[in-house]
Design a protein around this ligand. Structure first.
Ligand code: RIB
Length: 293
């Protein structure tokens, strides 16, 4: 972990969802009904998760996104604020519901997620302005908001001199222009396979329990082993990984060192229920890593 200099600031442009989650012994088959535990409503959404993860670890983070004028929106803004994220540029879209994710988690900690975008789907390119990226050292993007908005954010962030980290999740084919304006791509192995020929010079491929691989054009790929834990809930582990990479890069770490630390953060998150609810602060991470070295 790098702590020697004043960290740069991080901007996340992405989604905010209320995660409506039920634990169940096993997932139902199509047409089948199974019983589960109590419904929980927890703060989630890939963008907000990344922002909270980075802020809890010590990053200076600003969130760009949208919620509805409802209690789920309040829940999400509270969670971001409690983590220290600047929410002054999260728009409240009157008349639209806050995004929601319906999540099942089985007894192995695996999940199935369906997202209803709500206000996230109304975050338009016009909502993203050049001034939002002034002074940002790193910008995090994901695909839970309209791709046109993601593209505009990538172009503006690049012009502002920030390092753009794009997570192609949930996966969809994206215009080459988005990848051209991405400095670091974060994909899982299925997304990497779907991506085909188009490459970004610096790429992290996450492989779940098999760890991650960091690819940088001029050096051989580096495999990062996973930390083995008792998995309770994998929801938001990838977002914790991304938030940690952004925080570590902003603090001056190399991409390999950032990914190594992030693998620990993702593993920690799998040992607790929920997404943001499972993210550690830096002190917790230090003792977790000390116990797994
Ligand atoms: O990556 C996990 C997230 O995906 C959840 O928090 C849910 O909101 C969906 O966006």
């Amino acid at each position: 972990m790098v702590r020697e200099r004043e960290p740069g600031s991080i901007v996340i442009v992405g989604s905010l969802n209320a995660d409506l989650t039920v634990q169940t012994a096993r997932f139902p088959q199509p047409g089948e009904t199974v019983s589960g535990g109590d419904l929980t409503v927890l703060p989630g959404g890939k963008g907000a998760n990344q922002a909270v993860a980075a802020a809890r670890l010590g990053g200076k983070v600003r969130m760009i996104g949208a919620v509805g004028d409802d209690s789920n929106g309040d829940l999400l803004l509270r969670s971001l604020t409690r983590a220290g994220v600047d929410t002054s540029q999260v728009e409240i879209k009157t008349g639209l519901p806050t995004g929601t994710a319906v999540i099942l988690v089985d007894e192995t900690g695996e999940n199935i997620i369906v997202v209803s975008p709500g206000a996230n789907g109304a975050l338009s390119p016009a909502d993203v302005t050049a001034g939002m990226f002034v002074g940002a050292s790193g910008v995090g993007l994901c695909l839970e908001i309209p791709v046109k908005t993601v593209m505009r954010a990538a172009v503006m962030a690049k012009q502002a001199g920030a390092t753009v980290l794009t997570n192609l999740s949930p996966y969809q084919a994206v215009p080459g222009e988005l990848l051209d304006n991405t400095d670091i791509l974060l994909v899982n192995e299925h997304e990497a396979a779907q991506l085909g020929e188009h490459r970004v010079a610096r790429t992290i491929i996450t492989r779940g329990e098999a760890g991650a691989t960091v690819i940088e054009d001029d050096s051989p790929p580096v495999d990062i082993p996973a930390i083995s834990v008792e998995t309770v809930d994998t929801t938001g582990c990838g977002d914790a990984f991304m938030g940690a990479v952004l925080q570590q890069l902003a603090a001056g770490a190399s991409l390999v060192a950032a990914a190594r630390y992030a693998a620990g953060v993702g593993a920690f998150a799998a040992t607790r229920r929920g997404a943001q609810a499972s993210y550690p602060d830096a002190a917790r991470m230090n003792s977790f890593l000390a116990g797994h070295s």
